[in-house]
Design a binder for this molecule. Sequence first.
Ligand code: GLU
Length: 500
Amino acid sequence: MRVRFAPSPTGHLHVGNARTALFNWLMAHHSGGTFILRIEDTDVERSTRESEEAILEDLQWLGLQWDEGPDIGGPCGPYRQSERLHLYRSYAAELISAGDAYHCFCSPERLEAERQAALAAGQPPKYSGACRSVPDADALERMARGERAVVRFKVPAGREIVFADLVRGDVVFHTSVIGDPVLLRSDGSPAYNFAVVVDDALMEVTHVVRGEDHISNTPRQLLIYEALGFTPPAFAHLALVMGPDHTPLSKRHGATSVAEFRAKGYLPEALVNYLALIGWSPGGDDELLPVDELARRFSIGAVGHSAGIFDEEKLAWADRHYLRMADPARLAQLALTFFRREGLVSDPSAAGIEYLTAVVPMAAASVDRLDEIPSRLRFLFAFDPRKAASEPEVMEVLAHDGARAVIECLARELSRGPRLADRERFRAVVAAVKQQTGQKAKGLFHPIRVALTGAASGPELDQAVPAIDRGAELSGAAGLAPILGCRERAAAFAEALRHV
Ligand code: GLU
């Protein structure tokens, strides 16, 4: 099996296209086949190298590595259409000499007038075929005189084109509704329908899996396969990914590109797993499965024909799952941009990274996305007792009988002991405060929490407190914002309370 993903580098990778790439990748991996990446950059006006690079980077970020492609080559290269122009020209010449294609001199104005006339008559617009009757010799002469011409394919009359779509079943088109498609534009560049056939044939693609927006192109392509004597691949057209209002997912709905979801803080494995679930189900009880397992279960025939709705809530659900499973060192690396954005981290040293690796799991278990991690851990870096003491939830804790005494006692205890670098040391201090103040449970832990973290809620104290004191021992060279230790926090909080 040979499949391909063939993006046009005219913008960012849309999640709908990423899903198409994923389904191709899953098919290839299911059967030990080859996944080809081909860049369809013949629209010179709109294609850019930046977009191509961004698409490659997004696919790599998703983990959808290709086996043949523009950067790594392969036996059927080149894999960029702009480098294959000689092939399209030679096949077009072959079709012209066989009488299956012809030069068309109709001006854009004439074509537009024909189109308008058809629309006015309530007919689907279709090229009239006017230039079919221009004799070859005349065409050559006109071109020699400098007249510009496109090459068009001669669609045979009175034919029914049927293909068995792997997702949609039999699809039928009658050639009476198909105008002669352009193969080569007047500048010699190929039109999509032509380049795609030449490339899919020469690259020995066995299965074309693409968006449903291409379904009406398929009969044109099948006719071109036939004329060139190539065996066509099998086709599967995927329903487009929709927004909640059942229109194709677009900017109006919010984020649409892989890059945007990445910037929002989703993990690639969550996006991949979620995209696989749009219109397909892996079966069994569990939908959250590693991509290799998805590939093992994947079957293109089991993909639904109706449109899938993009549901960001469900994506966040998948992301929560993968955040809990992810290796902390990887999470710390991935969260760096977000820590930087919050001004908590600059250029962390190895010790700084090690510290982040140790503290990130504390937050990862309770967030939807990576970008929420720094705010959950902000308490490590920011401590302002006066501000904290004016927060309604903290005031509520402080209003409790004995809360101030707990904080005074905590400050005293911490002033004489070592830092609370581990949970045992913290528990020993809590036991001492408990014994001296007679407070327990909430009456004990809530004041301790507000005095050490500046907030009435947050991660487990058993984890948060040692994290604070380990952070306090890091030097400024760690590349993190400074962290104030528990001893200093409790003293400052007790002091602040004396003034309120
Ligand atoms: N370049 C086309 C697109 O991005 C490819 C369509 C196809 O897979 O044939 O829509």
